[in-house]
Design a protein around this ligand. Structure first.
Ligand code: FES
Length: 418
């Protein structure tokens, strides 16, 4: 998990080659709106252009390479480098050089010195992905079956989703794969890691509660859990979202999507490599006062044993204001950086990274027989054939199927010749 050489290989063969989530379109609605982001260590400046498109540039001045815009977000007509004053417009064109003609002559062509474009940028239901690889496959091809589930969470209402506030960020001493593999399908940890919430009556007592539903293995290392209630528990349809939104859901989703959406308590998953999502119904007890929120996460590697967690909260644009506020509060209390459940997870992720740095953990020749266990359900839990969504569906979420899928794809990419 924390090997520096593997970290470098991941940057070269995964993060520089595949799609990387950077923002949601609602963060930059107006001309000149911008956000500063990163693809691991490459700074990216995302700007809403004059024509309403999304411009994505390497956020680095073409004069000497200084990090150009260090503000997180804002609205500007131009960006001026603080080093020598070169100035760029929102289309990335170099429009000003301090004493330019006197120093560089009339013939220097400013067009050649505009900001460098990020090679590929594509969106799906407002999620903006970027790639440093000009030959990367089309985004929709890469997402594959995950689109069907993104349609439910992000494409269900007429005006789409919007981000509440700015993304929250915090640093955790762990490796990005630890957090990604929890979100891809580790429902098994909930009863123990979040034990205190059971004792407080926030989470259900039954340790198998979160095992109900399906684990779905998708192509390209993607995966998710669709957690549904046991038969004895009834839940409000569509994750308890406001009733006035339901006609839109019924208009925008297929019968199959609606049947899954209606009866699901929690969607959690990971879109390879490091975009995770969680859409739970959360409240007091098993079915009291339940409110839905949707958080999406990007686990930005800062090094082999450090990540910067980025967390966005999304709501349907057309949802009532009161619901938006309640949804956000529920997120802050549970999975915000100081939330009860988020802190539980962070503690364990740090411990896992701590214990993976020693000689026994780096046991390539198995002198210490130091293998870890990803065997849950292997060879005895079979897929079902009546789940209506794409992917291979298994009839419980307490499984390591999606974890094995995540690491098989990881290994395929990491083993490729450069
Ligand atoms: Fe930006 Fe010199 S590095 S103007």
């Amino acid at each position: 998990m924390t090997d520096p050489e593997i970290h470098q290989l991941e940057i070269e063969k995964i993060f520089s080659k595949k799609w990387y989530f950077i923002a949601h379109e609602s963060e930059i609605p107006n001309k000149g709106d911008y956000v500063s982001r990163w693809i691991v260590h490459d700074p990216v400046l995302l700007i809403r252009s004059g024509a309403g498109d999304i411009n994505a540039f390497i956020n680095s001045c073409t004069h000497r390479g200084v990090h150009l815009c260090t503000a997180d977000l804002g609205n500007k007509k131009t960006f001026t480098c603080p080093y020598h004053g070169w100035t760029y417009n929102i289309e990335g064109e170099l429009v000003g050089i301090l004493a330019g003609n006197k120093l560089y002559g009339e013939e220097m062509d400013k067009k050649e010195w505009g900001l460098r474009k990020v090679p590929k940028v594509e969106s799906y239901h407002g999620l903006i992905f970027a790639s440093l690889n000009p030959d990367v496959e089309p985004l929709e091809e890469f997402l594959g079956g995950m689109k069907w589930y993104f349609d439910i969470m992000l494409g269900r209402s007429n005006k789409g989703m919007e981000v509440i506030g700015a993304p929250q960020r915090w640093v955790v001493d762990t490796n990005w794969k630890v957090s990604a593999e929890v979100f891809v399908g580790d429902a098994y940890h909930t009863a123990m890691t979040h034990r205190s919430t059971v004792e407080l009556g926030i989470s259900p007592k039954d340790p198998l509660f979160a095992s109900n539903g399906y684990q779905i293995q998708l192509e390209n290392g993607h995966g998710l859990n669709v957690i549904q209630p046991p038969e004895s528990v009834s839940i409000p349809p569509y994750q308890g979202l406001p009733e006035e939104l339901w006609p839109m859901f019924e208009e925008n989703l297929t019968e199959e999507q609606l049947s899954v959406f209606k009866n699901t308590m929690v969607f959690n998953g990971n879109c390879f490599p490091n975009l995770s999502f969680l859409s739970p119904m959360h409240g007091k007890g098993e079915h009291e006062n339940l409110t839905n929120f949707l958080t999406i996460r990007q686990w930005r590697p800062l090094g082999p044993d450090k990540i910067e967690a980025w967390s966005w909260v999304l709501v349907d644009k057309e949802a009532p204001e009161e619901f938006k506020e309640n949804s956000y509060k529920r997120y802050v209390n549970t999975f915000g950086p100081g939330g009860t459940l988020e802190q539980d997870d962070t503690e364990l992720w740090t411990r896992l990274a701590d214990a993976s740095k020693g000689v026994t953990a780096r046991d390539k020749n198995l002198h210490f027989n130091n293998v870890v266990n990803y065997l849950m359900g292997m060879d005895f839990v079979e897929p079902v054939d009546d789940f209506p969504g794409p992917g291979i569906a298994y009839p419980t979420t307490f499984l390591d199927v999606v974890h094995r899928g995540f690491y098989e794809y990881w290994q395929e990419l990491i083993s490729k010749e450069s």
